[in-house]
Design a protein around this ligand. Structure first.
Ligand code: URA
Length: 255
């Protein structure tokens, strides 16, 4: 029986134990092909959840899009775990909030600030959203071996793109009192970046005895200006994908 949302079955994922998770369905074939073009093929696509399979050596690897945010990410992780996936790496994009981080660089998340909402359905807020040591290490070693500019640290993982990341270029221009000043505060507390899925991913994986990590490519420099730097999206995504694929190779050699 295929799982409800992903429309995938155990047979379809061919015993894969590791999954790469972009947000965007359009990135799924790109990632599967960069793992191994000859083996890359679509397995299923339902709503925002698109899955391709690929292979590293004899090891099957799955790539599934999560859509945007914690709720849809939790569905993907839940259903892939039911099919036997044990290790998850988010590969996405992010907005930097430290002035030293440049568009095109990558951020490797050690832990996430849990302002995502969905993670509270897996563990109380006092429980940390931390990356798995081995996944983190593989990502850091991969980035350093490839000489890709990389920042390692804490990510703020927000339920919303606009208000939760204190954007004011919105319809109302209004940010509620609880969130006003939050960007400055996270910056002051050394948080590197904003994205929208890692807190859910890391919390639920730790709570369920699964491994997870997160790498994101920087597409906005929020300390300087609010806008997404569209000309840097391909570079940022490309860098994050290259590092994630190399990290999967390293993980497959130790698990
Ligand atoms: N993703 C986010 O959540 N925020 C950004 O600024 C860019 C990408």
């Amino acid at each position: 029986m295929p799982v409800y949302h992903l429309k995938l079955s155990k047979k379809g994922i061919k015993g894969a134990k590791i999954a790469l998770l972009p947000g965007d369905p359009a990135r799924v074939p790109v990632i599967a092909s960069s793992i191994n073009k000859a083996e890359a093929a679509e397995i299923a696509w339902n709503r925002e959840f698109r899955t391709w399979g690929s292979k590293i050596g004899r090891h099957p690897v799955v790539v599934t899009s999560t859509g945007i945010g914690g709720p849809s990410t939790s569905i993907v992780v839940e259903e892939l775990a039911l099919l036997g996936i044990e290790t998850f790496i988010r590969v996405g994009t992010t907005g930097a909030i430290q002035p030293s981080i440049r568009a095109g660089d990558v951020v490797i998340t050690t832990a996430s600030v849990r302002i995502d909402g969905a993670s509270e359905h897996f563990a109380p807020l006092a429980y940390p959203a931390v990356s798995d040591y081995y996944v983190l290490n593989a990502l850091v070693e991969a980035a350093s071996s490839m000489k890709i500019p990389c920042h390692i640290g804490i990510t703020a993982s927000s339920a919303t793109f606009y208000q939760g990341q204190e954007r004011t270029d919105t319809f109302s221009g209004y940010v509620i009192r609880d969130l006003s000043g939050s960007k400055k505060e996270w910056e002051r507390l050394g948080v590197l970046n904003y994205e929208m899925e890692s807190a859910t991913l890391l919390t639920m994986c730790n709570a369920m005895g699964l491994r997870a990590g997160c790498i994101t490519g920087v597409i906005s420099e929020r300390s300087k200006k609010e806008k997404i730097i569209e000309t840097m999206i391909r570079t940022a995504e490309g860098n994050a994908i290259s590092v994630a694929v190399e990290a999967v190779k390293r993980l497959l050699s130790i698990f």
